[in-house]
Design a protein around this ligand. Structure first.
Ligand code: SAM
Ligand code: SF4
Ligand code: SF4
Length: 340
């Protein structure tokens, strides 16, 4: 390895590379109105062909290269990651690398069935998305009539399989599910799972995002605090995206991911690989770096290492800090493609 590249890279804002998110499919069994609206993601939508997807050997190879570059954690996402065939096999291969915290984010639809196998393959934890406990609201949001009870069953199965601590993601959109904030907080505090509220983001273009639809983290904390007083907690580590709050009575905590109203770009240590192997250095990036082409054209591991190292060293992204009327209109990639 050339001496200049021997140490883990820092980007132009001195941020190290610590987390890697890998999207394993661009398909999903839900049609969440804020992510994959039905009108756009029809059965004729041009999803990627199988040959376009990174295969498991390619994903694992990249994971090894990224580990040399400093990552400590991998999160699999999508689309719906549990729809990728034999996902347990990929988890097993990634787990074989050793020394990595392995997690995935799922809508839970297939989790009850797969939790034990995922755990056995080496998955450490899961995050399950659930936007409301109100069946009518949740069904309208996932837009495929999927009931809350099935997601709750999946969460129980994941806990029983030892995929803990479990985090629950609730995306909040004004006038759609903001009245579910307090009931969700109450319920998951009893269950002992960490609920994290996500501000509605201007990812992609298909969801017709407007600032007025965003319920700010500040409002969310105030709403919950009126019934169950909260106090801010120190982050677990630098680069943690969720701002942590604990209940004053000592019974649990929540997180709020304020990517719109309180940008956290200065600590962003995250890289993303799309389903077809493009490297993105920001969730809002407009272009990626084609790692699949490098691999399929015969690059060796040192060449991949050098390439990613250089991309990271050039990185200056801080989209959320500079979000404006103009940036919202940039040709951004879709959430279902990059995986959040
Ligand atoms: N399908 C899986 C799931 O829903 O958990 C993984 C992929 S999904 C894109 C990852 C997370 O992104 C989910 O928790 C979802 O709620 C969130 N998400 C999707 N679109 C969003 C948006 N426009 N703003 C904020 N969060 C969003
Ligand atoms: Fe699918 Fe997740 Fe997007 Fe919902 S948020 S449509 S479950 S990828
Ligand atoms: Fe990181 Fe980009 Fe999000 Fe800022 S906007 S926190 S740089 S992914």
């Amino acid at each position: 390895m050339p001496p200049a590249l021997a140490s883990a890279p820092r980007d132009r804002l001195h941020r190290p590379l610590r987390d890697l998110r890998i999207s394993v499919t661009d398909r999903c069994n839900f049609r969440c109105t804020y992510c994959m609206p039905k009108e756009v993601f029809t059965k004729d939508y041009p999803y990627l062909d199988r040959a376009a997807l990174l295969n498991f050997e390619e994903v694992t190879r990249l994971a090894r290269v990224f580990k040399r570059l400093g990552i400590e954690k991998i999160r699999l996402t999508g689309g719906e990651p549990l729809m990728r065939k034999n996902i347990e096999k990929l988890i097993g291969m990634l787990s074989g690398i050793g020394g990595l915290d392995l997690t995935l984010t799922t809508n839970g639809a297939l989790l009850a069935r797969k939790a034990a196998a995922l755990r056995a393959a080496g998955l450490n934890r899961v995050t399950v998305s659930l936007d409301s406990l109100d069946d009518a609201v949740f069904k309208a949001m996932n837009d495929v009539d999927f009931p809350v009870a099935k997601v709750l069953e999946a969460i129980d199965a994941a806990a029983a399989a030892g995929l803990a601590p479990i985090k629950i993601n609730m995306m909040v959109k004004r006038g759609v599910n903001d009245h579910s904030i307090v009931p969700m907080a109450r319920f998951f505090r009893e269950q002992g799972h960490i609920l994290r509220f996500i501000e509605y983001m201007d990812v992609g273009h298909t969801n017709g995002w407007r600032m007025d639809d965003v319920v700010s983290a500040k409002e969310i904390v105030a709403m919950i605090s009126r019934e169950m007083p909260l106090e801010a907690t120190d982050p677990n580590y630098t680069g943690e995206v969720a701002e942590r709050w604990h209940y004053r009575d000592g019974r649990g905590e929540i997180g709020v991911i304020a990517s719109v109203t309180q940008a956290f770009c200065r600590d962003c240590t995250r890289a993303r690989i799309s389903t077809e192997g493009k490297l993105y250095t920001c969730l809002f990036a407009t272009a990626g770096h084609d790692l699949r082409a490098l691999m399929r054209n015969g690059a060796n591991d040192d060449e991949l290492y050098t390439f990613v190292n250089q991309v990271w060293r050039r990185r200056g992204d801080r989209y959320s800090e500079i979000r404006s009327e103009q940036t919202v209109k940039l040709p951004k990639i879709e959430m279902s493609y990059i995986g959040g």
